[in-house]
Design a protein around this ligand. Structure first.
Ligand code: AHR
Length: 318
């Protein structure tokens, strides 16, 4: 009897979900594929859409805002049922968001924020980006203690909300610790290759790296590139230069397991799950989600079984 009830309930839930998904088309404007984290977000969004029975129109903007705006206009012209967008930079979205609103197409922002009026989008799914930077800064301050520490910083894409907020947050995290100073700070555009290149210039400027005590990178991919540069300069990343970054991708856990990175703050790549849940409630009965749906930010260090974390994540699409 109980089993029959469970099966009936499950069948109803599936058919209700399918009814909601039935024929729905979702436009997804992705930034590009600058990092392992971004690749995982793309994989999980496609998977979630498939599991929920949506037809996903995927557009890769190759890091260009104009491509994202063109993709959004094309989704609006097609009359899609909803638009997901990971906005590459924070400014310049008002006009196209207004167009989507006038076409009555709900827009959900994924992982990055915009400076537009929140009435122009349904909701945003993301982490507290300032908090992520603050956690990284606090970890470094606690680890270094009273020692003088010259920090080099690899920033994310200029004008993007994670680059702006993770910088602010880190500065907040080390505030009041006068022995910690950011002595070099430049963008590495969230990529491994630029992370390495910019780190090489930091090493040169800082006595071959001997004057650097720590690297703070706004994402793990830049940290992984920088680790390579540190090794090529004859220094030991993780020991001579402490490495703290953000994302929690498998490769940083590998580096942590090898003693070459020290800490990372997790950003979940599953932004699509909460986004689709919000859209489904909105379609079902007009439920307005909160304007910001916050995901968790957890700190991992070398004490948190990095080898196990690597194994658990390595096949997840990063
Ligand atoms: O917006 C999230 C950031 O974008 C991730 O931390 C980074 O890896 C990505 O490129």
């Amino acid at each position: 009897m109980f089993k029959t009830l469970m099966l009936t309930t499950a069948a109803f839930a599936v058919s209700a979900g399918m009814a909601l998904a039935d024929g729905k088309v979702i436009g997804f404007s992705q930034i590009g594929s600058e990092s392992g984290w971004r690749a995982a977000e793309t994989t999980l969004t496609k998977k979630q859409a498939e599991e929920r029975g949506y037809q996903l129109q995927f557009s890769d903007a190759q890091q260009k805002q104009e491509n994202q705006i063109a993709a959004m206009r094309s989704f609006i012209a097609q009359g899609v049922d909803a638009i997901l967008i990971a906005p590459v930079v924070a400014t310049g979205w008002d006009a196209v968001l207004q167009e989507a609103k006038e076409a009555e197409i709900p827009v959900v922002l994924l992982d990055r924020m915009v400076d537009s009026d929140p009435s122009l989008y349904l909701t945003a799914v993301g982490s507290n980006l300032v908090h992520e930077g603050e956690v990284a800064g606090q970890w470094l301050a606690a680890t270094v203690g009273d020692k003088d520490c010259r920090i080099v910083e690899l920033q994310g894409t200029t004008g993007s909300s994670p680059a702006i907020d993770r910088k602010t947050g880190f500065e907040k995290g080390i505030a009041g610790h006068d022995n910690l100073k950011i002595v070099q700070s430049q963008t590495g555009d969230f990529t491994r290759s630029l992370g390495k290149e910019v780190m090489e210039s930091f090493l040169q400027a800082e006595n071959g790296g001997k004057d650097i005590c720590a690297l703070y990178a706004h994402n793990d991919d830049m940290a992984v590139g920088a680790i390579q540069a540190i090794k090529e300069a004859g220094l030991k990343p993780g020991q001579d230069i402490l490495v703290v970054s953000i994302d929690a991708v498998p490769d940083i856990f590998k580096a942590m397991a090898d003693g070459e990175a020290n800490a990372t703050v997790e950003l979940t790549p599953n932004m699509a799950g909460p986004a689709f849940d919000a859209l489904e409630a909105f379609w079902a009965n007009g439920t307005e989600p909160p304007k910001f749906i916050q995901t968790e930010s957890k700190l991992y260090t070398q004490a948190d079984d990095p080898a196990g974390q690597y194994e658990a994540r390595k096949d997840l699409g990063y």
